[in-house]
Design a protein around this ligand. Structure first.
Ligand code: NAD
Length: 270
């Protein structure tokens, strides 16, 4: 299929944390679907440039944009640059995130604040700028039935508690209610807000969970589909959620998890 027949043709998408992992996979999937992509990164300029090269090789358009999503001024500047260069923003993928793991009784305030600042406040700051732009522009029927779409990167840990990761799980639980509240508030304005809840996807964030055969075997005990997810699995879901094929889908988390939420401990009769 050519890009001009893609489900996101002509639309402008900002993807945060797009220099690696899931964000990089979504940037290339969006470019293939015809979107122009803003590849946000916070520190790895070289990796962001590689993602841009892939986008250009696919015949796509885009640019890299440095911004720390937890900093209000930098987020505003990123949206200003996107609008200056591409005219508007149609889609935000709120993907940037990190883990700072520790047993709860040893978790420092710094580790708590850092994870909340990027995983939750960062999603708030980016979503607010996106909604402001969607409200300013309104619906352009040739581009999309919606005035704008936001895809928040959540996790199965918006519902599964996670010992040793209280800050991360709390941030994703927060993303769930942030997403639903914005979806409810702006549905009448034709803005759609949804989340993707990945299970275990092969990226740098969870390297330890799949790098050795033993770690991988243990991981598979948690996954009824008996394979780790790949970034392409999430990329395809993210294209669909942002496309008009999902026009009546609002305020949900689409879990892309190989069945991780299906209580795999009961697989063998419990
Ligand atoms: P990753 O570490 O490859 O990607 C995270 C990206 O966020 C990196 O590019 C990083 O530079 C960027 N980032 C970190 N702080 C930032 C900041 N302040 N501003 C801008 N960018 C920043 O890991 P990933 O697995 O691709 O994670 C992407 C998202 O998916 C995260 O929100 C993560 O919580 C979520 N997730 C991942 C998995 C998984 O199994 N990989 C599962 C569930 C949820």
């Amino acid at each position: 299929m050519s890009r001009s027949q893609g489900k996101l043709y002509g639309q402008v998408a900002i993807i945060t944390g797009a220099s690696s992992g899931i964000g990089a996979g979504i940037a290339t999937a969006y470019a293939e679907a015809g979107a122009r992509v803003v590849i946000n990164y916070s520190s790895s300029e070289d990796k962001a440039k590689k993602v841009l090269e892939e986008v250009l090789q696919l015949g796509g358009e885009g640019f890299i944009c440095k911004a720390d999503v937890s900093k209000e001024g930098q987020v505003r500047e990123m949206f200003r640059e996107a609008i200056d260069r591409f005219g508007t923003v149609d889609i935000l993928v709120n993907n940037a995130g990190l883990q700072k793991d520790a047993p709860f009784h040893e978790l420092s305030l710094e580790e708590w604040n850092r994870v909340l600042a990027i995983n939750l406040t960062g999603q708030f700051l980016c979503a607010r700028e996106a909604v402001r732009e969607f409200l300013r522009r309104g619906v352009v029927p040739e581009r999309s039935k919606a005035a704008g779409k936001i895809v928040c990167m959540s996790s199965v840990h918006e519902t599964i508690p996670w010992a040793g990761h209280a800050n991360y799980a709390a941030s994703k639980g927060g993303v769930m209610m942030l997403m639903k509240s914005i979806a409810q508030e702006y549905a009448p304005k034709k803005i759609r807000v949804n989340s993707i809840g990945p299970g275990a996807i092969r990226t740098p964030i969870n390297h330890g969970a799949w790098k050795t055969p033993e770690a991988y075997r243990n991981l598979l005990k948690l996954i009824p589909s008996k394979r780790i997810g790949e970034v392409e699995d999430v990329g395809k879901a993210a294209v669909w959620l942002a496309s008009d094929d999902a026009d009546y889908v609002n305020g949900i988390t689409l879990f892309v998890d190989g069945g991780m939420l299906l209580y795999p401990g009961f697989e063998d009769n419990g």
